[in-house]
Design a protein around this ligand. Structure first.
Ligand code: SR1
Ligand code: MG
Length: 422
């Protein structure tokens, strides 16, 4: 039997088209005519529906054959839904309980039916509102260490890993988005770029003329494109995390592919630094001083938790072909494996800082901006916040091999934020 051709769901057609799927009736309720459907997608790419019924609710996420943000002038393959589904399955195995439960996947219609997370909200929205989430550093530090370590040749059986590298290598178009939007477009006048103008024009010209910065951005792109170390989430910013005070979940891994281990960590920390610099734009009568301190602490804690968990997995789960235990755990040299671990963590550190730097730049200079800054209505104030972030981003990308600690970076961030450095 031939598969039905792809058709985008609508609020009106969803119940009729998905009402026969047993798991949906079980989760939402048997009376399909009573289902309430809302479209809530506010991301750049896909449709997202919440379906409510007498028994409960589910989320239906469907890819569109184009980039929603731009329209059908930018086609984008539906197969990204396949990669998202497969990444979610692997993430659940490697870091249990950290992604939504998956109820149903339809490859032809590019749709995933999954757990409705409630009362969760998107982390980015929470941070803009000035809400402090007590669990994010620990939960996301552990999530990254577990998924990144367990998806690499440090842990996996290498035949299985190579097959998986080949599977995800077909996620070409989403990698292409990142390769252009993150690593190249911010550094020249790419057609879809925009920035707060004229306020940032001089700084933007300076950054685009900065030879050291452009070389570093291309070195990072080189790592991104050619270093198939582990299955990365590929788009781990604060819009890809849903939170309550008690729970943290990671969503939206459609950009997943085998890439450099530090990419997810750098992207996440970059989004925290941007949240930090945007706080002055959201400060009304309520001071955001505590929120700023909280965000800097989240950054330091996330890295520390990531590093400690990575070290624990190194000592207890290093079953793969890299730095193989039989070579390093001899009785005569107990420190050899620790020396190798220090080397690997040092490389993660410098890569992470570089990826953070370019992620900051692309969110202010490129096509896809962050609500953290976009929701600051006063353009003077927004530009002031963005300029500080751009300067930190340049420092991270260019000086990453010389930077020793997050304390050092956070002190610099605080000085920029307080106008003590220009
Ligand atoms: C054209 S897509 C723009 C951005 O949206 C996604 O969330 C990714 O971050 C991508 O770079
Ligand atoms: Mg997304």
């Amino acid at each position: 039997m031939q598969d039905k051709p792809f058709e985008a769901l609508t609020v009106e057609t969803l119940a009729g088209r998905l009402g026969e799927i047993d798991i949906l009736k079980e989760k939402v309720g048997p009376d399909v005519s009573a289902w309430k459907v809302r479209e809530v997608g506010d991301g750049n790419l896909n449709l997202v529906f919440i379906v409510e019924g007498s028994k409960g609710s589910v989320v239906v996420k469907q890819a569109l054959p184009y980039v929603r943000l731009v329209g059908d002038s930018w086609p984008l393959p539906l197969k990204r839904s396949f990669f998202e589904y497969n990444a979610l399955v692997r993430q659940e195995k490697r870091a249990p309980g950290m992604v939504p439960a998956i109820y149903h996947f339809d490859e032809g219609q590019a749709l995933i039916v999954m757990e409705y997370l409630s009362p969760h909200i998107i982390l980015r929205k929470a941070l803009i509102q000035g809400r402090q989430l007590p669990r994010i550093a620990e939960d996301l530090g552990l999530f990254m260490a577990r998924t990144l370590f367990r998806g690499s040749d440090l842990h996996m059986e290498t035949r299985e890993r190579k097959a998986d590298v080949a599977l995800f290598a077909d996620n070409v178009e989403l990698c292409d988005i990142t390769e252009n939007l993150v690593f190249s477009d911010p550094y020249f006048e790419a057609p879809m770029n925009r920035h707060t103008s004229p306020h940032l024009d001089a700084l933007v010209a300076e950054l685009r003329a900065d030879r050291d910065l452009k070389v570093e951005a291309q070195k990072l792109k080189h790592r991104f494109a050619s270093c198939a170390e582990t299955l990365v989430h590929g788009d781990l910013h604060s819009g890809s995390v849903m939170v309550t005070k008690e729970d943290t979940r990671v969503i939206d891994p459609e950009f997943a592919f085998y890439g450099p281990m530090a990419f997810d960590v750098g992207m996440l920390l970059a989004n925290y630094w941007m949240a930090f610099f945007s706080q002055r734009g959201h400060e009304t009568q309520d001071s955001r001083t505590d929120m700023r301190s909280y965000l800097l602490k989240v950054i330091s804690d996330t890295w520390e938790i990531f590093r400690n968990e990575f070290a624990l997995l190194w000592r207890t789960e290093r079953t793969g072909i890299l730095y193989q235990a039989s070579l390093f755990e001899g009785r005569d040299d107990p420190l050899a494996a620790e020396q190798a671990l220090n080397h690997v963590v040092r490389e993660l550190w410098t890569d992470m800082l570089g990826f953070a730097g370019v992620e900051i730049h692309r969110r202010i200079l490129g096509l896809a901006h962050n609500a953290d800054f976009e929701e600051i209505e006063d353009a003077d104030l927004r530009a002031a916040c963005e300029a500080r972030a751009l300067k930190l981003g340049r420092h991270l990308a260019v000086n990453r091999h010389r930077i020793q600690s997050l304390d050092e970076i956070n002190r610099l961030a605080a000085m920029l934020d307080e106008g003590k450095l220009s």
